[in-house]
Design a protein around this ligand. Sequence first.
Ligand code: F6R
Length: 624
Amino acid sequence: MLGRVCGIVGYLGHRSALDVVLQGLGRLEYRGYDSAGIALLDGDGSLAVQRSAGALSNLEQRVAEDGREHFVGTGGMGHTRWATHGAPTDRNAHPHRDSTGKVAVVHNGIIENFAELRAELENDGIELSSDTDSEVVAHLVGRAYAAGPAAGDLTAALGIVAARLSGAFTLVVTHADQHDKIVAARRSSPLVVGVGEGETFVASDVAAFIEHTRNAVELGQDQLVTITRDGYLVTDFAGTEVETRPFSVDWDLSAAEKGGHDYFMLKEIEEQPEALSNTLRGHFADGGVVLDEQRISEQDLRDINKVFVVACGTAYHSGLLAKYAIEHWCRIPVEVELASEFRYRDPVLGRDTLVVAISQSGETADTLEAVRHARTQHARVLAISNTNGSQIPRESDAVLYTHAGPEIGVAATKTFLAQIAANYLVGLALAQARGTKYTDELEHEFAELAAMPDAVRSVLETVPQVRELATRMCDAKAVLFLGRHVGYPVALEGALKLKELAYMHAEGFAAGELKHGPIALIEDGLPVVVQMPSLKGHSQLHAKLLSNIREIQARGARTIVIAEEGDEAVRPFADELIEIPAVPTLLQPLVSTVPLQVLAAEIARHRGYDVDKPRNLAKSVTVE
Ligand code: F6R
């Protein structure tokens, strides 16, 4: 499937649109950085357009070369692109224009029927100038605006065109003759409106306008918004006004800035105690778990007899941890599946199945398709997401938001910890519904979870030690990660972080599997990072892991051991020991992951890579 995840911002107000749009794009660059472009309404019937392949700084340079005097006006829009199809070139950069040059369009998503629309346009003698699916929209809107029932009405023209499109899209459209109006439409792709004093914004994410206003409005599926300097009007594609959901953004600009850190990821790692508190806050009241949205009846929850957890990447690793908690607390079998595999193997689903879909962005195509498949099979779907109003929560029967705040670094950190906490809340909700735990037991489990922000705060004290360790590990050929029980998903996550950030070969293994093959990889000096289980909580496993460490040390491995404070038994076998606070077994991943995140980020930094924007990756992956 073609498609992309991109950042979009549109503005009409009283400030320099150039400044507002470029600044907004800067905050959305995490959504893609293959190319960027702007189209500004200068008010005298023309559009000032500039585009450039590569990062936003390339576009800024071109604007500077042209001279700022060419980009006047207080209205306009911009786009930052993550390409999946067609080269990330100038020619494919947005905005795209129609043949008159008066209509400009930016697009996030995929227009699945673009080939037939393109053929239709070409039959009519229109020449397209890019390889994108998006450009057809500019021409179609241009035609609808020029003649027919929507002549001269940009809103109606976009409505007519949007209704013809299949696929997913956020579209923002400007017309050179309409300098007091910008029109946008959405289907299965995000779009929010920002409402300020004498200025109005549209964007993929509130981060684009948070420093100007916190008043936002979420657009629903198949809706259209027309913004002016004084307000907005939301309709369906046919032009009928619809009810909107205004909300106030509860985080501020400092959350979207690096806050004095070298890179966002380190800031986000350090925000983890707060992210955890915010995720837990308000979700446990009167002895029970409270979800954000709940459209599953108590009886249906009680009848659940099987749980599938579906997710991708880091979210999948959090899902692996959900299995330990839910099976232990609720005595329901849980299967954890990579979302991209789920629907293709015809899983056994029904009314009594609960599918827990975990997605930070709430947009991941693989997870969304898994949710859709589950719903066709009548399963109940509960979404865990960090993005209010995103597609996966919208299509689910119940939602628990993680409230971890914006995560700008492409690699997931604080949202991983927040997902683990949310998974455990879901486990407690199920235990409560099924009566497998008494109220006082639920309260006890919740109190233990509620103590975790402090434990994470104390593990952050290891950051300087891990940063120093990273300087000695950045030339390693490969790194292995070992764990058992809940330490196994942590090992997988540690390896994923190192691969995606430092571009190093890394593998996570269940330590017990080592002897079945991977031990052959051990050679002199190979760094192996080992998670020790809790000494009190899992003494048997602890002893087993000690033997595993002995085996690899005997074969020359350099052991980097993450163990509870006071774990004296492991000390003689640790070439490097990172101590973490002793916490209940199920909660250990919340502390043991933190040094691994720092290790990967710092190794990447020493190797000269952009920690926040690893190559070939984007924050939301809206392609299958
Ligand atoms: C890794 C990472 C990815 C995401 C995955 C799912 O650091 O961030 O592996 O976890 O792409 O994304 P969401 O949670 O948005 O569905």
